[in-house]
Design a binder for this molecule. Structure first.
Ligand code: GTP
Length: 238
């Protein structure tokens, strides 16, 4: 049974064109062709679902802005194409990604089996600290389901993936929630490694969006050097 994500913190989704932000993170969306990557991203950012299939060529770029604990988090979402033909091209987009979303379709077992390939490719081309979500999309097609919820849950335990979420781009189930969850995880992670400098950070952020952007891009490289502090400094934003 698919679970709807619920949050025990306050948040506010801001318009896609909201220009100001405190922190920004790069996300990439990967997975086989036709699993619904573009539809999910379009549903979450624009509230639109398109029934007709238009294969992505190269990539499409979206933004998702959410206010968490008084801070505006901008997710820069790179929706990539799943076609084999462009596979080598999209590995370039893995660089500097803070979080990768691997999508399969619950009504096509082959797309679930191919997660291994996507996951390996991600690990080869991205930072070792990249966070990963596994998404089982198209749960509205209940009668055609070929991959059970438990299989996704088992997969993330086995391969130490941060989160498993089932979604429907068509109904909107968990589409926005998936990005709120991503923003919260990345912000908590940011705080974990920057809490000591948080006061410096607060005095810096007024109007210096480019600066905060570069700080967020440093997150992956910074995190490996402070791994040992992680257990002691387990702090969350709110
Ligand atoms: P590429 O661009 O080729 O990589 O494909 P993609 O993964 O971006 O797939 P896309 O979002 O274009 O969706 C492919 C097809 O699946 C379209 O016809 C969508 O209408 C359909 N689709 C996407 N998500 C859902 C969903 O949640 N439920 C249903 N029933 N259909 C969906």
């Amino acid at each position: 049974m698919s679970k709807e994500l619920k949050f025990d913190f306050d948040y506010e989704i801001l318009p896609e064109n909201h220009s100001k932000f405190d922190l920004s993170f790069k996300l990439i969306v990967i997975g086989d062709s036709g699993v619904g990557k573009s539809c999910l991203t379009t549903q979450a950012t624009k509230g639109i679902f398109e029934d007709t299939y238009n294969a992505t060529i190269g990539f499409e770029f979206f933004t998702f802005n959410v206010k968490l604990c008084g801070k505006i988090i901008k997710l820069q979402i790179w929706d990539t194409c799943g076609q084999e033909l462009y596979r080598s091209l999209i590995t370039n987009f893995y660089r500097n990604a803070s979080l990768a979303i691997i999508v399969y379709s619950v009504n096509e077992r082959k797309t679930f089996e191919n997660i291994d390939l996507w996951h390996k490719e991600l690990r080869t081309h991205s930072s070792p600290n990249v966070k990963v979500f596994l998404i089982g999309n198209k749960i509205d097609l209940a009668d055609e389901r070929k991959v059970q919820t438990e299989e996704g849950e088992k997969y993330i335990e086995q391969f130490k993936i941060n989160k498993f979420i089932e979604t429907s781009a068509k109904s909107g189930f968990n589409a926005k929630n998936m990005f709120i969850e991503a923003a919260k995880l990345l912000y908590d992670d940011y705080l974990l490694f920057h809490r000591d400098t948080e006061s410096d950070y607060n005095s810096d952020i007024s109007g210096k969006n480019q600066d905060t952007y570069e700080r967020s891009m440093d997150l992956n490289s910074a995190s490996s050097s402070v791994q040992d502090n992680k257990k002691e400094k387990k702090k969350k934003c709110c």
